[in-house]
Design a protein around this ligand. Structure first.
Ligand SMILES: NC(=O)c1ccc[n+]([C@@H]2O[C@H](COP(=O)([O-])OP(=O)(O)OC[C@H]3O[C@@H](n4cnc5c(N)ncnc54)[C@H](O)[C@@H]3O)[C@@H](O)[C@H]2O)c1
Length: 259
């Protein structure tokens, strides 16, 4: 399977390293990235049309929200399948509408990666019988919330006990905390939508990992899932599991057994 990457950062590097171990089935043909690159193993281009000229079987976005906004619709309109990891971008209802419309009018499909959300398979299966509650609580060390609106409402350096820095629905969470939006958006998209999914963001001085705790209830019963995610080797802001989730998806795409 020929794979084109959008992005050349920590997730792209891990995915490319993984594909290099599966050369018979997964081949990175090129990456689209701005600025300096030192990928070496495959060409890095700076326009989408140059990327699509490599005729990939699938394009993997691992770049950020602006890349989804700029490239998702043209990729789908050109008939290429697209994996999106920056799902937080889809909290923008107008963008999500355009992407869905482009996919519906094309033979191409959009695949949303589980990323750092635990149990997306169980959540989206449970949804088929009806969900009555989906709640996500995301906890990070206090200083990990620097550069977010929490900086204006809390003295992050002084937080000594777990403190809720945001409480609301998934759309508000994703739009107010765009850099931390991906897991809330994925939960909303897999479950009962952005408005009905409740989100709590917590600054917790007692942890060093990113902790995502998901609770859901419905006709299926109830579930409680938690991931204590280690950071990516090259990017402390990104959970390692986000890259692993893309690898799993690609492995499934290229495999005769899907799990
Ligand atoms: N779904 C999840 O749970 C989850 C978890 C972690 C990260 N993510 C998403 O994955 C993205 C990438 O993570 P990372 O750790 O690799 O980040 P990174 O900062 O290490 O790398 C980002 C790369 O994308 C490139 N880039 C940025 N904007 C671009 C654009 N508009 N067009 C082309 N290239 C562009 C940069 O040049 C860089 O090469 C994050 O921005 C985040 O949105 C999702």
């Amino acid at each position: 399977m020929k794979i084109a990457l959008i992005g050349n950062g920590s997730i792209a590097t891990l995915v490319a390293e993984f594909c290099a171990t599966r050369k018979d089935r997964l081949q990175i043909v090129a990456a689209l990235a701005s600025g300096k690159n030192d990928a070496g193993a495959y060409p890095v281009v700076d326009t989408l049309s140059a990327l699509l000229n490599f005729a990939p079987d699938i394009v993997v976005e691992c770049a950020g929200h602006s890349a989804v906004a700029a490239h998702a619709v043209p990729i789908l309109e050109a008939g290429f399948d697209l994996i999106i990891v920056s799902t937080g971008s889809l909290a923008d209802a107008a963008l999500w509408d355009k992407i869905r419309t482009a996919a519906e009018h094309s033979t191409a499909r959009v695949k949303l990666v589980a990323g750092a959300l635990p149990g997306i398979d169980a959540l989206s299966a449970a949804k088929l019988a009806g969900l009555t509650k989906v709640m996500l609580r995301s906890k990070k060390p206090p200083l990990a919330w620097k550069g977010t609106p929490a900086e204006k409402t809390h003295n992050l350096e002084a937080i000594a006990t777990p403190t809720v820095i945001f409480s609301g629905n998934a759309r508000q969470a994703a739009l107010s905390f765009p850099k931390n939006a991906n897991v809330a958006a994925t939960a909303a998209l897999a479950g009962i939508g952005f408005e009905a999914t409740t989100v709590e963001l917590v600054a917790d001085p007692g942890i060093t990992q990113n902790v995502h705790h998901l609770e859901a209830e419905g006709a299926f019963g109830s579930m409680t899932l938690q991931i204590n995610a280690n950071p990516s080797p090259d990017n402390p802001k990104t959970s390692h599991i986000a890259a692993l989730a893309i690898m799993r998806l690609l492995e499934n795409e290229a495999s005769s057994i899907v799990i």
